[in-house]
Design a binder for this molecule. Sequence first.
Ligand SMILES: Cc1cc2nc3c(=O)[nH]c(=O)nc-3n(C[C@H](O)[C@H](O)[C@H](O)COP(=O)(O)OP(=O)(O)OC[C@H]3O[C@@H](n4cnc5c(N)ncnc54)[C@H](O)[C@@H]3O)c2cc1C
Length: 456
Amino acid sequence: MAKEKVIIIGAGLSGSLLAIYLAKRGIECEIYEARGDMRKETMSAGRSINLALSNRGIAALKEVGLDEYMLSEAVPMYGRMIHDVQGNQKLLPYSGRKGEYINSVSRSGLNIALMNEAEKYDGVKFFFNTKCAEFDCKTGEAKLENGEVLKGDCIIGTDGAGSVIRNAMLSDFPRFNYSIQWLEHGYKELHIPPKDLGFGNSDSGLKNFSDELFQMEKNALHIWARGSFMMIALPNFDGSFTCTLFLAHKGENSFEQLVDEKSLMNFFETNFADSISLMPTLTEDFFTNPTGNLGTVKCFPWNVAGKSLLIGDSAHAVVPFYGQGMNASFEDCRILNQLIEQHGTDWEKVFNEFTTVRKPNADAIAQMAEENFYEMRDAVADPVFQKKRELETKLEQTFPDYFSKYSMVTFREDLPYSVAKEKGNAQDKMLMEICAEIDDVSKLDLNEIFENVKTI
Ligand SMILES: Cc1cc2nc3c(=O)[nH]c(=O)nc-3n(C[C@H](O)[C@H](O)[C@H](O)COP(=O)(O)OP(=O)(O)OC[C@H]3O[C@@H](n4cnc5c(N)ncnc54)[C@H](O)[C@@H]3O)c2cc1C
């Protein structure tokens, strides 16, 4: 019997991981990628150079044998380091439990590791600089820009938020549900270089002095929360930080107002003064790097019978404020693999069930990601919120079975996003009400609170 062959459109994070899962099952994969091979070419800067990898993503990497390697290349982040306007810093731990933290990983490093692993399998072939131009939902055939027609047993679209496969479904099906909700904020990447320790930061030097290279606390996700806008910074393995400035496109405190060096420096001096001396290339980075858009993509259904399926951002792009877009996409691959284990290559059955199981969870993380924007932007600087985080940390330290909403989303890969959202929202409401009434968290009766939480 001929081997099954799956065509994958897009060799980003989801497409490359999916290829490994399928290849492990002896399924042939051809992966078509619009861009060049990032192992041979330098990719343009400006699009989330690093990403927060957490348990859901790690669970998938573990199944394909890449977890240990990726974690050895990651910088652990134990909490949010809040920078106030005066430059004071305060660490809010992500969890009260040891071993629960998130990891800053290089996007290209991870993508390359996945592609290298996939290529170890005989049945896997990548095609770069090969853009898919069309997909025919009736025949299940995809057409490349060069006119070549691709046909496999099925086609999986892992071609990101602007998916061609999804757009074909939208134009071919009258009742295909599709929406994109743009955020009024965009983002810009900026750079904090490593400290110059005087030996030219050579590779051998980097290894010996790695901790001293960081200009700020290494093991934290830094946040400058300023109400209607914010900046964050994630550490990189080489001692640098990648900062992302989230700002409205238009209006007060917006990208539109930052038109020259003077307006930019005024804005930074007023809002992020402690970061200026850390960013020698601020002006150059700001005016060279692109301003990215942020949006939530929702669609349904995600499959055309057994002919095609959408996975990752092509099915459900989310705003990056929970650090879950990639983690959710990796979870997609893990769940799809489980369904193939159950139903074999009965693609229609697998795809239908995948869509039914994953859609409510994708909707849940999309909503939580939008809400977390407001939490990071406003609430982390709010004293009641800070008391709530303190209380949650105490609860997590005292009761192994207590999980905050953040912990349920980030550290509980066994819990669907939809459950984390429902339970987490009810818990948040209860704890915020308690913290609004008190000055000192240490005077609270933790046992009583935990008993009440258990009733949710
Ligand atoms: C600023 C920012 C920060 C983020 N931070 C985090 C984070 O900390 N943690 C986290 O989990 N997630 C984060 N994300 C989300 C994460 O980047 C995405 O969820 C993830 O990249 C999705 O992977 P994907 O493979 O589905 O799509 P993509 O990464 O977009 O990959 C799609 C691939 O398909 C290719 N392609 C597109 N069209 C075609 C075509 N027609 N033919 C052939 N190839 C095509 C593209 O070139 C690309 O290689 C962040 C996103 C942004 C924007």
